[in-house]
Design a protein around this ligand. Structure first.
Ligand code: IPM
Ligand code: MN
Length: 341
């Protein structure tokens, strides 16, 4: 089997991916890793390119990437992040961003009402188009008459394929979220595709919500949701909301995948968190759960479930970092999870 490409990146990325790699190693699956440790802000500042064409080819050949984070205060231009993460999403056509959120332990919920706490849902975010397509421009830049346009791209193919994927991971319901009452053109395309795809899945309950209502209902009672499928920007925002409901940025994992080709990039949602970097403070749970999504995607379902059980057990026993109620550093928190395997 091809090796897994590891891109540790910036900030806490290297520390948390290290724990994720150790955890995968501990499973004894004989996985091999190809670490691209030059893909980071230092390289960008020195050369102007962090992820080269040859790196993209390596990733393409490998098919799976374990990703840490990109982001550094010294780099102000959005071209850096776009040239790494968004480029990989686009070049590998990773059209699904699958972001599960489940409560690892009751104490991690910010909700007052106990019966509303145990959420277990997935945000299925369209990952290649919408406002992230990079189409737009400016007019009269820098003047008092400046105009900026970012176009939101919606295609029938893009919407259909992500909707179809959502039904493959649902256990009871798929809820489609848009804003078709106010953003009509793309919204109506989503709605038409939704009706067609939903009609082909009579065994699954379906629901359609506007994004503002979805945000409110998620906070009011997240236990009502199973799969939420939505566009790129609403998926970005709602997946941070569900991350907060599940215990915060330290526990949120994601899988950027192309279900047709098998390609995938797996990353913690938290980003580079540079203030914590280098101090053995970052929570490795999100990276380790992302690694479990990676091996699940490569067919190791049992082992992936085992990693999730180990994470749950370590967190329940408070053998974890301070952000989720423990006292351990990154390395010891990773060790505690491996001890539960
Ligand atoms: C995420 C991040 C990225 C996104 C940023 C870093 C471009 O917030 O993965 O959710 O918006 O997709
Ligand atoms: Mn985000």
């Amino acid at each position: 089997m091809e090796p897994i490409v590891v891109i540790p990146g910036d900030g806490v990325g290297p520390e948390v991916t290290e724990e994720a790699v150790r955890t995968l190693d501990a499973l004894g699956l004989g996985l091999r890793f190809d670490v691209l440790d030059h893909v980071n802000a230092n390289t960008f500042l020195q050369t102007g390119v962090a992820l080269g064409d040859d790196d993209v080819e390596r990733v393409r050949k490998a098919g799976s990437v374990l990703f840490g984070a990109v982001g550094d205060a010294r780099v102000e231009t959005p071209e850096y992040g776009a040239g790494v993460l968004l480029r990989l999403r686009r070049e590998l056509d990773l059209y699904v961003n699958h972001r599960p959120a489940f409560l690892l332990d009751d104490r991690l919920s910010p909700l007052r009402e106990k019966r509303h706490r145990p959420l277990d849902c997935v945000i299925v975010r369209e990952n290649t188009e919408g406002l992230y397509a990079g189409i737009g421009g400016t007019l009269r830049g820098g003047t008092s008459d400046e105009v900026a346009v970012d176009q939101e791209i919606t295609t029938r193919l893009g919407v259909q394929r992500v909707l179809r994927y959502a039904f493959t991971v649902a256990s009871r319901e798929v809820c489609m979220v848009d804003k078709s009452n106010a953003v009509p053109f793309g919204g109506q395309l989503w709605t038409r595709c939704w009706r067609e795809v939903a009609a082909r899945h009579p065994g699954t309950s379906t629901r359609h919500l506007y994004v503002d209502a979805a945000a409110m209902l998620l906070v009011a009672d997240p236990t009502q949701f199973d799969v939420i499928v939505t566009n790129n920007s609403y998926g970005d925002i709602l997946s941070d909301l569900t991350a907060a409901l599940a215990g915060g940025p330290g526990v949120a994992a994601s899988a950027n995948i192309n279900p047709d080709t098998g390609a995938g990039l797996f990353e913690p949602v938290h980003g580079s968190a540079t203030a914590l970097a280098g101090h053995d403070k970052a929570n490795p749970v999100a990276a380790i759960l992302s690694a479990s999504l990676l091996i699940e995607h490569r067919g190791h379902r049992e082992e992936a479930a085992g990693v999730r059980r180990a994470v749950r057990a370590a967190v329940a026993a408070r053998r974890c970092t301070p952000d989720i109620g423990g006292v351990l550093g990154t390395r010891d928190a990773g060790r505690a999870i491996r001890a539960e395997l």
